[in-house]
Ligand binder design. Structure first.
Ligand SMILES: Cc1ncc(COP(=O)(O)O)c(C=O)c1O
Length: 312
């Protein structure tokens, strides 16, 4: 397909690459009608994938749990992701992959007859909180809307059951906050739309371990804390502990560790991003140049000029 405009990003769907604006999915797809799907989001920073192997492990584990088959093995899928980033010509990219239950034959209501759908795409890097905003820190609201229980929707399988998260985010905007975090039915802090949460008090970083996604950025921060002389505790965090913490941060592929400087309208610590968070941010981003944690994107020479060749 010569003459494609790859400037907004590149997708792979129905077995072929296309410009992001041309990537379409059926309104009968069970991913659309029932959120019956799993997905993952990796990222590319300065031309290198960060922890792509871990994202693929999580994606394939989620598909196994949901009995979904993307129709590609891991090596093919990895090549397809490289192909999207290469075609889009992006050095910093948000790279998403989804497998849905797909479509059942006309007249069938038996999930086992469904033909699964796989698609993925690379678009310019997306920040939950822009670097400018990170310099000042984000405001966080603790929602009264309970997080959907992991016994109903397994939080370890990355999913699109986001109505609780989106309702809570809209509430947070009404309270003048940038970000939101939800509690479980017992009142323990869980996570927010697209991020895990960490809080520092009494000489240790704490992060919830139940009812949350095992975020790859969360894992990075746990490792970075373990590599320092600070204690890392994974377990229940209450709203009171979060409000009383001296540092708070959220973690996401879409931005890394990002400081939170107010909780429910009250300043966290000094009200400025804390030194421990700044140190974690610095060491997290330094990992992106380290071959132990990152792999170069295979930019095909033929994709160097995104407008010049046939990419089909
Ligand atoms: C609900 C939820 N929690 C946590 C995260 C953070 O995970 P990661 O660090 O792998 O991006 C995400 C990412 O989208 C998410 O959707």
């Amino acid at each position: 397909m010569g003459g494609q405009n790859w400037s907004g990003g590149a997708a792979f769907i129905d077995g072929a690459f296309c410009a992001i604006e041309d990537a379409k999915i059926s309104i009968l797809d069970l991913g659309v009608t029932r959120s019956d799907c799993t997905y993952d989001v990796a990222h590319v920073w300065q031309g290198r994938f960060y922890r792509l192997g871990d994202h693929l492990d999580r994606f394939f584990a989620g598909m196994r749990t949901l009995r979904l088959d993307p129709g590609h093995d891991r090596m093919e899928l990895e090549q397809i992701l490289h192909g999207c980033v290469s075609r889009a010509g992006l050095r910093d990219a948000y790279v998403s992959m989804t497998c849905t239950r797909g479509r059942m034959p006309v007249g069938s209501r038996d999930l086992r007859t469904a033909q699964h759908t796989f698609y993925c795409f690379a678009v310019p890097f997306v920040w939950i909180n822009s670097p400018d905003k990170q310099a000042q820190g984000a405001s966080l609201w603790i929602s009264t809307i309970p997080r959907i229980p992991p016994e109903s929707v397994d939080s370890r399988v990355k999913n699109y059951h986001w109505l609780d998260l989106d309702r809570a985010q809209l509430d947070a905007y009404d309270h003048g906050a940038d970000l939101v975090v939800l509690r479980d039915a017992g009142g323990a802090i869980t996570e927010g739309p697209g991020y895990n949460i960490f809080a520092y008090w009494d000489g240790a970083w704490h992060t919830p371990s139940h009812g949350v996604l095992s975020g790859i950025t969360r894992q990075s921060v746990i490792e970075l804390v373990d590599d320092s002389d600070t204690r890392m505790e994974q377990g229940p965090v209450s709203a009171e502990q979060l409000r009383g913490a001296s540092e708070v941060l959220v973690t996401s592929t879409a931005g890394g560790p990002m400081p939170v400087t107010t909780v429910d309208g009250q300043p966290v610590g000094s009200g400025e991003p804390g030194p421990r968070c700044e140190d974690l941010r610095r060491r997290y981003w330094a990992r992106h140049r380290d071959p132990a944690w990152s792999t170069p994107v295979q930019y095909a020479a033929s994709h160097a000029d995104p407008t010049s060749v046939d990419h089909s």
